[in-house]
Ligand binder design. Structure first.
Ligand code: TYM
Length: 335
């Protein structure tokens, strides 16, 4: 049975990259109404690097508020935080025993995050992709909407599913399809068009946060790095202009146009014209979300209630899958 699953780490706030590459598309998938959608705030992934407990709790609620404000409807989608459904950790352990050290060591996110000092990285950071595979496969999810940077992790998820099926001689886990679609699968830093927009970038000017107010959004776009040339006549003219290409992609994703359509509309325009238009568009699309987030954050108990209800629904799907996994792997279940 088709099922869509995806997750976001609630470490720090959500960025425009998270919104355009993931959250906005989660809402679209939900509203298509053809496939059940399950969305998870992966708090256990977040602690693979140190998180202050009070800040993590706050960031998890804030991310949940962001999901709700962006249009995730708990009546249509399951929305919960990972740690409330123990099946994730349980299946994560089984997958730690299926995945190979070599596979994990080749993950670019591991290499980037652990860097040269991998001796001092947490074991959880190394095992991170096995827990991610467990998130997905505890629901036997068939499709996962993500940004470009998660492609390698989703390939590993398929490798783990295939090895499990093969080792135990079963046709149990599906081969999950990544859904990497749209104009903004990789939103770049506003300060450096060769770097991904990221919540961990030390410069706040490099990103737009979902909590930024209208003035901050407009100021960051106005100050975004660009080259001195006007916008080209065709998309081809953006090939060696990463910063310009990025702003065009952001405009396209926010407006629902194609990048080619944006270039056609602004052909020959200077950034002095294009940037204010982009700033207006971004404020028009993001400010209502920011406002609704602020409103929702005034009632944290209601957010926790929604997450708890989502966790109950998620548990109802994942528990029977885990029961099968324990049976397949030879664990005695006598109570
Ligand atoms: P995370 O929390 O880093 O990012 C969440 C989602 O946002 C996308 N994204 C971007 N898309 C476009 N441009 C950007 N600059 C940008 N930055 C982030 C990511 O691709 C992702 O879709 N490992 C995952 C979380 C995770 C998960 C899962 C995802 C855990 N379990 C199961 C899917 C399924 C992560 O760290 O995403």
């Amino acid at each position: 049975t088709p099922r869509i699953f995806s997750g976001i780490q609630p470490s720090g706030g959500l960025t425009l990259g998270n919104y355009l590459g993931a959250l906005k598309r989660f809402v679209e998938k939900q509203d298509e109404g053809t496939t059940p959608t399950i969305y998870c705030l992966v708090d256990m992934h977040a602690i693979t690097v140190w998180q202050d407990p009070e800040k993590l709790r706050h960031a998890t609620r804030e991310a949940a508020a962001g999901f709700l404000a962006a249009g995730i409807d708990p009546k249509k989608s399951i929305l919960f935080n990972q740690s409330q459904v123990s099946a994730h950790a349980e299946l994560g352990w089984i997958f730690n025993c299926v995945a190979r050290m070599g596979w994990m060591g080749r993950m670019t996110q591991w290499k980037d995050k652990a860097g040269k000092n991998s001796e001092n990285a947490s074991l959880g950071l190394f095992a991170y992709p096995a827990l991610m595979a467990a998130d997905i496969l505890a629901y036997k999810a068939t499709a996962v909407p993500v940004g470009e940077d998660q492609k390698q992790h989703l390939e590993l998820t398929r490798d783990i599913a295939a090895k499990f099926n093969n080792d135990y001689g079963v046709d149990f886990f599906p081969m999950t399809e990544p859904l990497i679609e749209g104009a903004a699968t990789r939103v770049m830093s506003l300060r450096d068009g060769t770097k991904k927009m990221s919540k961990s970038d030390p410069s706040d000017q490099s990103r737009i946060n979902l909590t930024d107010d209208a003035d901050a959004i407009a100021a960051k776009i106005r100050k975004a790095k660009t080259d001195p040339e006007p916008l080209p006549e065709t998309l081809d003219g953006l090939r060696d202009r990463p910063e310009a290409r990025n702003l065009v992609n952001i405009y396209a994703a926010l407006s629902g146009m194609t990048a080619a359509g944006v270039v056609a509309e602004y052909a020959g325009a200077q950034f002095g014209t294009f940037k204010p238009a982009l700033a207006d568009l971004a404020v028009a699309k993001l400010s209502p979300i920011t406002g609704e987030m602020t409103r929702l954050m005034q009632d944290p108990a209601e957010i926790d209630r929604i997450l708890g209800e989502g966790a109950d629904q998620a548990e109802a799907i994942a528990r029977p899958v885990l029961d099968d996994v324990y049976r397949i792997t030879g664990m005695i279940r006598s109570r």
